[in-house]
Design a protein around this ligand. Structure first.
Ligand SMILES: [Zn+2]
Length: 291
């Protein structure tokens, strides 16, 4: 009996030990499974991160491409401006006038002095040809800053270029606008204000340029008055100006103010007012060229 009990006990022990071993196996399997799951889980976010990074890179590339396209698009109008729009600036008069004569227009028998000597400031004593070049050089800088090509008819005082020749220079370059800068004079010292000048609708030489020249004259005068707050005189349409009659391009003369009025004379020689006049002219030219 005792032997039998011992055998039974041994068998029970063996069974329990086998069972416990199996459980251990299960546990180790489970832990292995968990570990592999953990590995998978840890792998997954890594994969996700990689994919996200790839997507972000793709988006970056897309953004770069879009930015490049935008840059190209924004460059286009500036390139156009620089290549296609040219403005001729004529600083009125010169150091010494030329009283010898030339026809007032093509095929005209009517003759006029090649270059008048111009007026001078009652207060500043400055000759008109000096004031016109001061302003012309500032206008050149402002227009070039805005991307326009500028053709200067003269850059010094010691020249002799007739009014017809000034128009010829603008014609040969086929400029988009021709602005002639002058200052006015009057017997009445209280007269102030600005005007622009162009040909009439029935001009015998270049009536085909009348509507464009009139629009240019209006744009320049309106913007000039807006920038300077000076008195607006008018757009004077006349066929007596050689430099206008010989022009085959849109043309205007601006009479910036009266050198015969002490206050306006002094004002036109100040840096601050010259900057305002230049901004007004540049705004008017830009408005005309954009129309
Ligand atoms: Zn003049």
């Amino acid at each position: 009996m005792i032997k039998r009990k011992i055998i039974i006990l041994l068998i029970v022990c063996m069974i329990t030990s086998i069972l416990s071993a199996c459980k251990k196996d299960d546990n180790t399997k489970k832990t292995n499974d968990n570990e592999s799951k953990k590995v998978e889980e840890t792998k997954k976010p890594e994969d996700n991160n990689l994919e996200k990074e790839k997507e972000q890179e793709k988006e970056k590339d897309k953004n770069k491409e879009q930015e490049q396209v935008k840059e190209k698009e924004s460059e286009k109008p500036e390139e156009k401006k620089e290549k296609n729009k040219t403005i001729a600036i004529d600083a009125g008069h010169q150091q010494t006038g030329d009283p010898s004569k030339e026809p007032v227009g093509p095929n005209s028998s009517q003759m006029k002095a090649k270059v008048a000597s111009g007026t001078s400031g009652v207060a500043t004593k400055k000759p008109e040809y000096k004031l016109t070049l001061e302003v012309a050089l500032k206008l050149q800088a402002e227009l070039e800053k805005r991307g326009y090509n500028v053709l200067m008819i003269r850059k010094t005082h010691d020249v002799n270029i007739s009014n017809k020749e000034r128009a010829d220079i603008a014609n040969e370059a086929n400029v988009d606008a021709f602005i002639r800068i002058h200052a006015n004079g009057s017997d009445n010292s209280s007269t102030t204000g600005a005007m622009t000048i162009c040909q009439t609708e029935s001009n015998p030489y270049n009536a085909d340029m009348w509507s464009k020249s009139k629009l240019l004259s209006e744009c320049v005068l309106d913007s000039f008055v807006e920038a300077t707050n000076c008195k607006r005189e008018k757009v004077w349409q006349t066929d007596t100006m050689s430099g206008i009659n010989w022009a085959k391009v849109p043309v205007t003369i601006i009479e910036m103010g009266y050198m015969s009025n002490p206050d306006e004379d002094k004002l036109m020689s100040t840096e601050d007012y010259q900057d305002k006049m230049v901004m007004g002219m540049a705004n008017g030219l830009e408005k005309f060229l954009d129309s």
